[in-house]
Ligand binder design. Sequence first.
Ligand SMILES: [Fe+2]
Length: 312
Amino acid sequence: MRGETRKGRPGVRRAAAGIGIAGAAALGYGLYEGSSYTLTKREVPVLAAGEPPLRILHLSDLHVLPREAGKLRFLGELARVVPDLVALTGDVLSHPDASEPLRRALAPLFGFPGVFIPGNNDYYVPTFHSPHRYLRRGAEAPPKGPAMDWAVFARDLAADSGWHEMTHIHEVLMIGGRRLDVRGVDDARLRRDQVSLVAGPPEPGVDLVLGLSHTPEPRVLDAFTADGVQLTLSGHTHGGQLRLPFVGALVTNCGLDTGRARGLSRWHFAPRTGTLRSSWLHVSAGLGTSPFAPVRLLCRPEATLLTLVPAR
Ligand SMILES: [Fe+2]
Protein backbone atom coordinates (compact mmCIF):
# COMPACT_ATOMS: atom_id res chain seq x y z
CA MET A 1 0.00 0.00 0.00
CA ARG A 2 2.74 2.39 0.96
CA GLY A 3 4.46 1.82 -2.43
CA GLU A 4 1.20 2.64 -4.33
CA THR A 5 0.76 5.79 -2.30
CA ARG A 6 4.28 6.90 -3.17
CA LYS A 7 3.65 6.16 -6.88
CA GLY A 8 0.35 8.05 -6.79
CA ARG A 9 1.66 11.22 -5.25
CA PRO A 10 3.56 12.61 -8.28
CA GLY A 11 0.41 12.13 -10.40
CA VAL A 12 -1.74 13.96 -7.87
CA ARG A 13 0.84 16.72 -7.63
CA ARG A 14 0.97 17.03 -11.43
CA ALA A 15 -2.84 17.20 -11.62
CA ALA A 16 -2.98 19.79 -8.86
CA ALA A 17 -0.25 21.82 -10.57
CA GLY A 18 -2.13 21.58 -13.88
CA ILE A 19 -5.36 22.79 -12.30
CA GLY A 20 -3.48 25.61 -10.58
CA ILE A 21 -1.82 26.74 -13.84
CA ALA A 22 -5.12 26.54 -15.75
CA GLY A 23 -6.86 28.51 -13.00
CA ALA A 24 -4.14 31.18 -12.97
CA ALA A 25 -4.27 31.43 -16.78
CA ALA A 26 -8.08 31.79 -16.72
CA LEU A 27 -7.85 34.44 -14.02
CA GLY A 28 -5.15 36.31 -15.96
CA TYR A 29 -7.23 36.23 -19.13
CA GLY A 30 -10.36 37.27 -17.21
CA LEU A 31 -8.53 40.28 -15.77
CA TYR A 32 -7.27 41.19 -19.26
CA GLU A 33 -10.74 40.91 -20.80
CA GLY A 34 -12.24 42.88 -17.91
CA SER A 35 -10.33 45.95 -19.07
CA SER A 36 -10.61 45.36 -22.85
CA TYR A 37 -13.10 48.17 -23.43
CA THR A 38 -14.83 48.08 -26.77
CA LEU A 39 -17.40 50.04 -28.77
CA THR A 40 -20.19 47.82 -30.09
CA LYS A 41 -22.42 49.05 -32.92
CA ARG A 42 -25.99 47.87 -33.33
CA GLU A 43 -28.87 48.93 -35.59
CA VAL A 44 -32.43 49.18 -34.27
CA PRO A 45 -35.23 49.27 -36.88
CA VAL A 46 -37.67 51.29 -34.80
CA LEU A 47 -38.27 54.67 -36.45
CA ALA A 48 -41.11 55.63 -38.79
CA ALA A 49 -40.56 55.28 -42.53
CA GLY A 50 -38.54 58.11 -44.03
CA GLU A 51 -36.98 59.23 -40.72
CA PRO A 52 -33.24 59.91 -40.77
CA PRO A 53 -31.12 57.77 -38.41
CA LEU A 54 -30.85 58.71 -34.73
CA ARG A 55 -27.65 57.71 -32.91
CA ILE A 56 -27.78 56.86 -29.20
CA LEU A 57 -24.58 56.18 -27.27
CA HIS A 58 -25.69 53.74 -24.56
CA LEU A 59 -23.43 53.59 -21.49
CA SER A 60 -24.16 51.40 -18.49
CA ASP A 61 -22.64 49.76 -15.44
CA LEU A 62 -19.46 51.81 -15.44
CA HIS A 63 -18.71 50.86 -11.80
CA VAL A 64 -15.98 53.48 -11.72
CA LEU A 65 -13.28 53.46 -9.06
CA PRO A 66 -11.15 56.60 -8.52
CA ARG A 67 -8.01 55.39 -10.33
CA GLU A 68 -9.26 53.52 -13.38
CA ALA A 69 -7.27 55.49 -15.93
CA GLY A 70 -7.93 53.13 -18.86
CA LYS A 71 -11.70 53.14 -18.43
CA LEU A 72 -11.86 56.90 -17.90
CA ARG A 73 -9.73 57.52 -21.03
CA PHE A 74 -11.98 55.20 -23.08
CA LEU A 75 -15.08 57.10 -21.92
CA GLY A 76 -13.65 60.48 -22.91
CA GLU A 77 -12.67 59.21 -26.37
CA LEU A 78 -16.27 58.15 -27.12
CA ALA A 79 -17.08 61.73 -28.12
CA ARG A 80 -15.60 60.85 -31.52
CA VAL A 81 -18.78 58.93 -32.44
CA VAL A 82 -20.77 62.20 -32.31
CA PRO A 83 -24.04 60.76 -30.93
CA ASP A 84 -27.39 62.53 -31.05
CA LEU A 85 -28.04 61.40 -27.47
CA VAL A 86 -26.07 59.83 -24.62
CA ALA A 87 -28.04 57.45 -22.37
CA LEU A 88 -26.45 56.35 -19.09
CA THR A 89 -28.42 53.55 -17.43
CA GLY A 90 -26.96 53.28 -13.95
CA ASP A 91 -24.40 51.52 -11.76
CA VAL A 92 -22.19 54.50 -12.45
CA LEU A 93 -19.91 54.59 -9.40
CA SER A 94 -18.31 51.93 -7.22
CA HIS A 95 -16.74 54.44 -4.84
CA PRO A 96 -17.90 57.89 -3.71
CA ASP A 97 -14.48 59.40 -4.53
CA ALA A 98 -14.91 58.41 -8.20
CA SER A 99 -17.53 61.10 -8.87
CA GLU A 100 -15.16 63.91 -9.78
CA PRO A 101 -12.72 61.85 -11.92
CA LEU A 102 -15.69 60.38 -13.79
CA ARG A 103 -17.28 63.76 -14.48
CA ARG A 104 -13.92 65.05 -15.73
CA ALA A 105 -13.57 62.01 -18.02
CA LEU A 106 -17.09 62.41 -19.42
CA ALA A 107 -16.63 66.12 -20.15
CA PRO A 108 -16.01 65.62 -23.93
CA LEU A 109 -19.48 64.03 -24.11
CA PHE A 110 -21.17 66.97 -22.41
CA GLY A 111 -21.51 68.72 -25.77
CA PHE A 112 -24.25 66.21 -26.64
CA PRO A 113 -27.71 65.86 -25.05
CA GLY A 114 -27.95 63.16 -22.40
CA VAL A 115 -30.29 61.32 -20.06
CA PHE A 116 -29.46 59.17 -17.04
CA ILE A 117 -30.92 57.05 -14.25
CA PRO A 118 -29.41 55.25 -11.22
CA GLY A 119 -28.72 51.53 -10.79
CA ASN A 120 -28.83 49.37 -7.68
CA ASN A 121 -25.12 49.95 -7.01
CA ASP A 122 -25.46 53.75 -7.02
CA TYR A 123 -27.04 53.76 -3.58
CA TYR A 124 -24.52 51.63 -1.65
CA VAL A 125 -20.76 51.05 -1.69
CA PRO A 126 -20.22 47.51 -3.02
CA THR A 127 -19.49 44.80 -0.46
CA PHE A 128 -18.00 41.37 -0.98
CA HIS A 129 -20.44 38.51 -1.33
CA SER A 130 -19.83 34.92 -2.26
CA PRO A 131 -19.65 33.89 -5.94
CA HIS A 132 -22.16 31.16 -5.07
CA ARG A 133 -24.71 33.87 -4.31
CA TYR A 134 -23.97 35.57 -7.65
CA LEU A 135 -24.47 32.37 -9.61
CA ARG A 136 -27.87 31.61 -8.12
CA ARG A 137 -30.36 32.48 -10.82
CA GLY A 138 -32.57 35.35 -9.68
CA ALA A 139 -30.91 35.45 -6.26
CA GLU A 140 -32.08 38.20 -3.96
CA ALA A 141 -30.23 41.51 -4.01
CA PRO A 142 -26.82 41.21 -2.30
CA PRO A 143 -26.14 42.72 1.15
CA LYS A 144 -25.91 46.50 1.16
CA GLY A 145 -22.73 48.39 2.07
CA PRO A 146 -22.43 51.97 3.38
CA ALA A 147 -24.74 54.43 1.66
CA MET A 148 -23.63 56.47 -1.40
CA ASP A 149 -25.35 59.76 -2.12
CA TRP A 150 -26.86 59.35 -5.57
CA ALA A 151 -28.76 62.64 -5.28
CA VAL A 152 -25.52 64.62 -4.90
CA PHE A 153 -23.86 62.82 -7.82
CA ALA A 154 -26.94 63.28 -10.02
CA ARG A 155 -27.09 67.00 -9.15
CA ASP A 156 -23.37 67.47 -9.96
CA LEU A 157 -23.58 65.47 -13.19
CA ALA A 158 -26.63 67.40 -14.37
CA ALA A 159 -24.94 70.71 -13.51
CA ASP A 160 -21.73 69.83 -15.38
CA SER A 161 -23.36 68.23 -18.41
CA GLY A 162 -26.85 69.66 -18.86
CA TRP A 163 -28.04 66.04 -19.05
CA HIS A 164 -31.50 65.14 -17.72
CA GLU A 165 -31.92 62.84 -14.77
CA MET A 166 -34.98 60.77 -15.70
CA THR A 167 -35.69 58.95 -12.41
CA HIS A 168 -39.47 58.74 -12.34
CA ILE A 169 -39.64 61.52 -14.91
CA HIS A 170 -41.72 61.32 -18.08
CA GLU A 171 -41.30 64.18 -20.51
CA VAL A 172 -40.80 65.09 -24.14
CA LEU A 173 -37.25 66.15 -25.04
CA MET A 174 -36.15 67.79 -28.27
CA ILE A 175 -33.17 65.74 -29.49
CA GLY A 176 -31.54 66.41 -32.84
CA GLY A 177 -34.61 68.26 -34.09
CA ARG A 178 -36.92 65.41 -33.08
CA ARG A 179 -39.43 64.98 -30.28
CA LEU A 180 -38.63 62.06 -27.98
CA ASP A 181 -41.03 60.83 -25.32
CA VAL A 182 -38.59 59.68 -22.61
CA ARG A 183 -39.53 57.98 -19.34
CA GLY A 184 -37.27 56.44 -16.71
CA VAL A 185 -37.68 54.50 -13.50
CA ASP A 186 -35.61 54.05 -10.37
CA ASP A 187 -33.94 50.68 -9.91
CA ALA A 188 -36.17 47.63 -10.04
CA ARG A 189 -33.57 45.34 -8.44
CA LEU A 190 -33.99 47.29 -5.21
CA ARG A 191 -37.74 47.48 -5.86
CA ARG A 192 -37.51 51.27 -6.05
CA ASP A 193 -39.31 51.31 -9.41
CA GLN A 194 -42.68 53.04 -9.49
CA VAL A 195 -43.75 52.71 -13.09
CA SER A 196 -47.11 54.29 -12.33
CA LEU A 197 -45.32 57.65 -11.89
CA VAL A 198 -44.26 57.63 -15.57
CA ALA A 199 -47.13 55.61 -17.04
CA GLY A 200 -49.44 56.72 -19.80
CA PRO A 201 -49.65 56.82 -23.55
CA PRO A 202 -47.04 58.72 -25.57
CA GLU A 203 -47.50 62.38 -26.32
CA PRO A 204 -49.17 62.72 -29.74
CA GLY A 205 -46.81 63.17 -32.67
CA VAL A 206 -43.54 62.16 -30.99
CA ASP A 207 -40.84 60.55 -33.12
CA LEU A 208 -39.77 57.91 -30.59
CA VAL A 209 -40.92 56.57 -27.21
CA LEU A 210 -37.88 55.64 -25.14
CA GLY A 211 -37.84 53.84 -21.76
CA LEU A 212 -34.94 53.71 -19.27
CA SER A 213 -34.66 51.07 -16.55
CA HIS A 214 -31.33 49.98 -15.07
CA THR A 215 -32.59 46.48 -14.26
CA PRO A 216 -34.52 44.91 -17.16
CA GLU A 217 -37.11 43.45 -14.82
CA PRO A 218 -40.04 41.91 -16.75
CA ARG A 219 -42.68 43.85 -14.79
CA VAL A 220 -41.12 47.12 -15.95
CA LEU A 221 -40.73 45.91 -19.54
CA ASP A 222 -44.38 44.78 -19.57
CA ALA A 223 -45.59 48.13 -18.26
CA PHE A 224 -43.44 50.11 -20.71
CA THR A 225 -44.53 47.96 -23.66
CA ALA A 226 -48.20 48.21 -22.68
CA ASP A 227 -47.86 52.00 -22.71
CA GLY A 228 -46.31 52.11 -26.18
CA VAL A 229 -42.61 52.41 -25.34
CA GLN A 230 -40.76 51.42 -28.53
CA LEU A 231 -37.25 50.93 -27.15
CA THR A 232 -36.10 50.27 -23.57
CA LEU A 233 -32.45 50.73 -22.59
CA SER A 234 -31.16 48.68 -19.66
CA GLY A 235 -27.98 47.29 -18.12
CA HIS A 236 -27.43 45.48 -14.81
CA THR A 237 -26.73 42.00 -16.22
CA HIS A 238 -23.12 42.72 -17.32
CA GLY A 239 -24.06 40.41 -20.21
CA GLY A 240 -23.63 37.55 -17.76
CA GLN A 241 -20.02 38.75 -17.21
CA LEU A 242 -18.72 35.15 -17.34
CA ARG A 243 -20.11 33.46 -20.46
CA LEU A 244 -19.50 29.90 -21.57
CA PRO A 245 -18.98 28.78 -25.18
CA PHE A 246 -22.22 27.47 -26.76
CA VAL A 247 -24.09 28.32 -23.53
CA GLY A 248 -23.74 32.08 -23.10
CA ALA A 249 -24.74 33.80 -19.89
CA LEU A 250 -25.43 31.71 -16.80
CA VAL A 251 -27.25 34.42 -14.85
CA THR A 252 -28.87 37.82 -15.27
CA ASN A 253 -29.36 38.58 -11.56
CA CYS A 254 -32.95 39.59 -12.25
CA GLY A 255 -36.09 38.10 -13.72
CA LEU A 256 -34.89 38.42 -17.32
CA ASP A 257 -34.04 35.18 -19.14
CA THR A 258 -30.35 34.55 -19.84
CA GLY A 259 -30.89 34.61 -23.62
CA ARG A 260 -31.42 38.37 -23.37
CA ALA A 261 -28.48 39.05 -21.03
CA ARG A 262 -26.93 41.40 -23.60
CA GLY A 263 -27.82 42.94 -26.93
CA LEU A 264 -31.09 43.53 -28.74
CA SER A 265 -34.24 41.48 -28.43
CA ARG A 266 -37.98 41.87 -28.89
CA TRP A 267 -40.16 42.04 -25.80
CA HIS A 268 -43.78 40.93 -26.15
CA PHE A 269 -46.60 41.80 -23.79
CA ALA A 270 -49.97 40.06 -24.08
CA PRO A 271 -52.70 41.87 -22.11
CA ARG A 272 -55.67 39.89 -20.78
CA THR A 273 -57.80 41.70 -23.32
CA GLY A 274 -56.66 43.50 -26.42
CA THR A 275 -53.84 42.89 -28.83
CA LEU A 276 -50.27 41.75 -28.32
CA ARG A 277 -47.80 44.62 -28.03
CA SER A 278 -44.09 44.48 -28.75
CA SER A 279 -41.07 46.69 -28.15
CA TRP A 280 -37.31 46.58 -28.53
CA LEU A 281 -35.07 45.91 -25.55
CA HIS A 282 -31.37 46.75 -25.53
CA VAL A 283 -29.35 45.36 -22.63
CA SER A 284 -25.83 46.73 -22.41
CA ALA A 285 -23.12 44.36 -21.19
CA GLY A 286 -21.73 47.41 -19.40
CA LEU A 287 -18.20 48.67 -18.95
CA GLY A 288 -17.42 47.56 -15.42
CA THR A 289 -17.49 44.79 -12.89
CA SER A 290 -17.74 44.45 -9.15
CA PRO A 291 -14.44 45.64 -7.62
CA PHE A 292 -14.26 42.22 -5.91
CA ALA A 293 -14.51 40.25 -9.18
CA PRO A 294 -12.89 42.40 -11.91
CA VAL A 295 -12.94 39.61 -14.49
CA ARG A 296 -14.94 38.89 -17.61
CA LEU A 297 -15.05 35.86 -19.86
CA LEU A 298 -16.30 35.97 -23.48
CA CYS A 299 -18.10 39.18 -22.56
CA ARG A 300 -16.02 42.24 -23.26
CA PRO A 301 -16.91 45.46 -21.45
CA GLU A 302 -18.81 47.58 -23.94
CA ALA A 303 -20.21 50.97 -24.78
CA THR A 304 -22.83 50.71 -27.51
CA LEU A 305 -23.64 52.97 -30.40
CA LEU A 306 -27.25 52.28 -31.34
CA THR A 307 -28.23 53.59 -34.74
CA LEU A 308 -32.00 53.85 -34.89
CA VAL A 309 -33.35 53.47 -38.42
CA PRO A 310 -36.84 53.09 -39.97
CA ALA A 311 -38.61 49.79 -39.22
CA ARG A 312 -38.54 47.38 -42.13
FE1 LIG B 1 -23.71 46.67 -12.57
